[in-house]
Design a protein around this ligand. Structure first.
Ligand code: PMP
Length: 768
């Protein structure tokens, strides 16, 4: 292999002096110093110092030109990047020429000499600050090289990380058995896993040799990098290879693998890394160390006549240590760079125990065996167990898990400005305009908070403030949130209602005849009567138009409107809690639109930020103005630019992808498929809901419709085993709550139905 011979030119210095005068018109003191392939001579003139290079005769002319053009390009783009300047000959040529004693013709070139010392020669300089600056300086170099290309960047270079696997055939020269085994297994992994993964990462021309012996520092200020030298290993390759070489441990004074985290963090602060970069980085670091050992040992065996340039002293142990530290380093890297930690690196049982220690034993899980989640995309949640779970439960990631448009909007806004509404900025106004444009009935001003609970809490303050009363009407089984005030008007097991709150019975069209709207008005009157009997006047009515936590009943049209009429008759305000039903969930944009009643206030949460905390109270101008005049209510995070950017992006996706219509169409397909499945699965008692909010009630017996609570609980667990996530709702805990992201397509429904079918079969079997 050509690359293994050093074959360094060896011109006498008086000859060098002649060439310098002839080609460059300079004279000075000459000092030789070592290089891997070229003859290097330092030239000190009165004005300045130069580096004069007599290039290896084997060196490709195009490769020399590549180096010179790269230096010129860097100088043009960012002259502050500390690299040598390339000087032309007197005739303006990029290089000159000289004949050696044996008649071989060599290319020569002249560069500025970078003052300072080579960092590798001073182990005490290898500090965290030095390593961080190594990263930032390299990132500036790569940033400057981004737009550069040269045909010779495709050179076949011995140190090219992308060609590392060809060194496998030279590993036979590694004498030590265990070192050889390590090198072989590292290089095989690079060949089979790492390089294929690199194929889709960012590529560009990179320096690819920025280890400590090619970094120059000022001994007075050794943390700063005053020079990056030796552009001889430049190739076009994966950008991340730059870091793999800079961070590799062979040349480091401190061999502990954690030291590379400093370099990578510095680099990332200038040129942000991508997730894929981080995934391959440590394999490449190991790969570079393995290359080092293979090349040094092969060179020693093949060319025993040559003096060794590199030493591999201690390298096998460093490789051994690095292999052992790999997963710790990868985790540190993710943490330092702000990438979520890899779930596969943490044992589920340990995490579970740690969670009890840190969050207490009552922090609830959905499943008996908690689902340890790693990442998610679109309709799918990826478990730490390596399985993919179809998400048919979560209504928060309404436009899909990790939706790229939302993710980008959040990170771009975060990188620009994040503050609060006491300052003037456009994002919150733009979002309020876009949001209110989807609402009628004069609902055109917004108050921003951070959750559904907060939105309802503020709404309850508004209705109480406006009416001077504190009586509240809700539906039985309702959930409106977790603040103290709001939990009083939630009708749950753990939330005792206070005497100023009364609940209306939820219409159960499955077990009883449909309720006529007139009866709803009667029910409302008697509930309001109970409030008055307890010594309170009516302030308002809170209604989730889909009655989600009450089991997603089919509500007769006119039912809610009849209650709203009664409430208004007593001077109360109507609050449509759209935390569940809003944003296209039921196949129309708003729940009150479907149920045809007019709210005075709309509260919004959950889906609007696709997971970014965002809650909104939308009402009419006179209502908000009257309230704010007295209270000046302010929420620090409410309406912050990042949450509003998320909100805008969610609206973009809903509009651009027609997700409201999709919710209606796919929801209908889901209901039809469930009705069809009910023909063969007798546990299914009722299919209810609209759009992509569907309730599936299970019964022990279709004749007497006994709620099948234990079967429902079992079904949720069995479906998780079948790879589909669902939840439970309803007063009897016998209704499956189906609320997939609005991007669900018929093919997802088919996967869901297949899993449901087999899971129902399993539940039937287990029930006997
Ligand atoms: N209202 C309704 C109808 C809800 O379903 C919920 C949450 N499940 C809330 C309000 C409270 O929202 P958050 O949990 O964001 O405070």
């Amino acid at each position: 292999m050509r690359f293994l011979r050093r074959n360094t030119p060896d011109l006498p210095l008086d000859k060098v002096a002649d060439v310098l005068v002839e080609e460059y018109g300079i004279e000075g003191d000459l000092t030789s110093f070592e290089s891997e392939r070229d003859q290097n001579v330092r030239v000190d003139t009165v004005e300045r110092s130069y580096l004069f290079k007599v290039c290896n005769a084997d060196e490709d002319e195009a490769v020399i030109d590549l180096q010179i053009q790269a230096l010129r390009h860097i100088e043009q783009v960012d002259s502050a990047v500390p690299v040598p300047r390339a000087f032309p000959t007197l005739s303006g040529a990029a290089t000159g020429r000289v004949l050696s004693r044996d008649g071989t013709s060599h290319t020569v070139r002249l560069m500025s000499f970078l003052d300072g010392v080579v960092a590798g020669s001073r182990p005490e300089f290898d500090t965290p600050a030095f390593r961080r600056n190594t990263g930032t300086t390299l990132a500036r170099l790569d940033s400057a090289l981004r737009g550069f290309f040269h045909p010779a960047a495709r050179q076949d270079h011995p140190w090219d990380m992308s060609r590392a696997p060809r060194l496998l055939e030279y590993t036979r020269h590694i004498g030590n058995d265990s070192a050889r085994r390590n090198v072989v297994s590292i290089l095989e992994r690079v060949r089979d896993h790492t390089l294929p993964a690199c194929a889709s990462l960012r590529h560009q021309v990179i320096h690819q040799d920025a280890h400590t012996w090619n970094l120059v520092v000022d001994p007075e200020d050794p943390a700063e990098i005053s020079g990056i030298i030796d552009f001889g290993d430049m190739v076009h390759g994966p950008l991340i290879n730059e870091l793999a070489v800079a961070a590799y441990l062979s040349g480091r004074a401190d061999p502990s693998p954690e030291t590379l985290v400093d370099i990578v963090a510095g680099y990332d602060s200038v040129m942000p890394l991508e997730r894929g970069d981080v995934e391959v980085l440590f394999d490449l670091v190991l790969g570079r160390m393995a290359m080092d050992l293979a090349i040094v040992e092969a060179r020693a065996a093949l060319f025993s006549d040559e003096s060794s340039y590199d030493s591999d002293e201690g390298l096998s142990e460093r490789i051994e240590n690095a292999l052992e530290a790999a997963s710790d380093v990868e985790n540190s890297l993710r943490r330092v760079l702000g990438f979520p930690s890899s779930a596969s690196g943490v044992s589920t049982s340990e995490l579970r125990a740690d969670r009890v220690t840190s969050l207490g034993r009552h922090s609830p899980h959905f499943y008996a065996e908690p689902l340890h989640v790693a990442s998610a995309e679109g309709m799918w949640i990826h478990g730490a167990d390596g399985r993919k779970y179809l998400d048919f439960y979560n209504n928060v990631p309404t436009v899909g898990h990790t939706n790229p448009h939302v993710t980008n909007a959040i990170s771009r806004q975060q990188a620009t400005l994040n503050t609060n509404t006491r300052y003037l900025y456009s994002t919150v106004v733009e979002y309020a305009q876009r949001l209110t444009a989807t609402l009628d009935h004069g609902l055109d001003v917004c108050l921003f908070v951070n959750s559904g609970s907060e939105a309802n809490d503020v709404a309850s303050q508004i209705v109480k403030h406006r009416t001077g009363a504190d009586g509240l009407l809700i539906m039985a089984g309702a959930y409106h949130g977790m603040t103290e005030a709001v939990s009083e008007m939630s009708d749950g097991e753990f939330m005792p209602r206070s005497p100023n709150v009364a609940a209306i019975t939820v219409p159960d069209g499955f077990r009883h005849a449909p309720v006529a709207p007139a009866r709803a008005a009667d029910e409302a009157e008697s509930a309001i009567g109970r409030i008055k009997e307890a010594g309170h006047e009516l302030a308002g009515f809170f209604i989730d138009p889909a009655m989600t936590s009450s089991g997603i009943p089919n509500v007769p049209h006119g039912f809610i409107d009849a209650i709203a009429g009664a409430v208004r008759g007593h001077g109360g305000l109507v609050v449509s809690d759209e935390v569940q039903a809003g944003f296209g969930r039921t196949g129309v944009m708003w729940g009150h639109e479907r149920e045809r009643f007019v709210p005075d206030i709309v509260t919004i949460g959950k889906p609007v930020g696709n997971g970014q905390p965002l809650g909104v109270v939308v009402t009419r101008r006179e209502i908000l103005d009257g309230f704010m005049e007295q209270t000046e209510l302010f929420s620090t995070f409410g309406g912050n630019p990042v949450s509003c950017a998320a909100g805008l992006a969610v609206l973009d996706v809903i509009e651009n992808e027609g997700l409201v219509a999709n919710s209606a169409a796919v929801g209908q397909y889901l209901k039809d498929s469930l009705v069809q499945l009910a023909e063969t699965r007798s546990l299914i008692g009722d299919v209810r809901g609209s759009g992509l909010l569907v309730g599936l009630e299970l019964v022990g017996n279709r004749d007497n419709k006994t709620p099948a609570a234990s079967e429902t609980a079992l079904l949720v667990e069995v479906m998780r085993e079948a790879g589909v996530l669902v939840g439970i709702a309803g007063p009897n805990r016998s209704t499956l709550k189906l609320r997939p992201p609005l991007i669900a397509r018929p093919r997802h429904v088919d996967i869901f139905i297949e899993a449901l079918d087999s899971s129902l079969g399993e539940v039937e079997r287990q029930r006997g």
